[in-house]
Design a protein around this ligand. Structure first.
Ligand code: ATP
Length: 237
């Protein structure tokens, strides 16, 4: 049987000289779960995500993706992960379809042609199929980035502010797509956001990080009441 946790982080720490960016963080992401990573600028969210992505070496601590320890079998662990960030543009001189094809080949996606068609339909990108990514609006590019991140049906999907550049109706639609991914598939999602309304709607659990430590953790719809506040915004700001 596949494990119920897709990500397990234990006592993760990252230090730059005298600056401790991440200070002993432990958390899990379950299969079919969306976990929100919240916190003010400089809290350590990006540093945490970059360590999970394998692009930053932790000072100490452990990261397991499903049952694989990242530091030991890096490529095997990372093959189960994918990442989408609103600030990471795709090659602009390739069309939407070419971009999906190139990344699909890199990921070794089986049945790639059909998978691309599914994702073009799912993210409302069919009419942009032959358009170069560089001329798309930022919201359209975000949709391509999300489709690209889902190409290989990752077990762990890392989303860094995925709706930041989207209009309200597209953002709602994207949240629904990501909920579908989490509830119907085999994966879990780690999501960073500064939008409390969105977090409340989409996340099953939130981790509130400040100065590299998790200060609060829980169900975003219950946490405020548990701490005598009316809204998440009141609790965190
Ligand atoms: P934001 O919401 O602004 O994206 P964040 O929560 O993602 O913030 P990080 O980017 O993880 O925050 O940064 C955490 C802390 O670590 C910050 O104080 C930052 O200045 C520091 N930091 C990050 N990278 C380095 C580095 N390469 N060298 C020194 N300090 C760093």
């Amino acid at each position: 049987p596949s494990p119920s946790k897709v990500l397990s982080v234990q006592e993760l720490r990252k230090q730059y000289g005298a600056t401790v960016a991440v200070d002993g963080i432990s958390f899990d992401v379950g299969r079919n779960e969306i976990v929100g990573l919240l916190g003010p600028n400089g809290a350590g969210k990006t540093t945490t995500i970059n360590m999970v992505l394998g692009v930053l070496e932790p000072s100490s601590g452990s990261i397991r993706i499903e049952d694989v320890e990242l530091s030991r079998r890096r490529s095997q662990a990372l093959a189960r992960t994918n990442f989408a960030a609103v600030y990471a543009p795709l090659p602009g001189n390739l069309t939407v379809q070419q971009n999906l094809r190139v990344f699909g080949l890199i990921y070794g996606v089986k049945g790639l042609t059909q998978r691309i068609e599914e994702l073009l339909a799912q993210f409302d990108l069919v009419r942009f199929r032959h358009v170069k990514c560089g001329v798309l609006s930022s919201g359209e590019q975000t949709r391509v980035a999300l489709a690209k991140a889902m190409l290989n049906r990752p077990r762990l999907l890392l989303l860094d502010e995925p709706t930041a550049s989207l209009d309200p109706s597209t953002a709602r639609d994207i949240r629904a797509r990501i909920r579908e991914f989490a509830t119907q598939g085999e994966g879990g999602v780690l999501w960073t956001s500064h939008n409390m309304y969105e977090v409340e709607e989409v996340c099953d659990r939130v981790l509130f990080v400040s100065r590299g430590k998790i200060l609060l953790e829980g169900d975003p719809r219950r946490l405020p009441q548990q701490h005598g506040k009316a809204t998440l915004e009141e609790l965190f700001i």
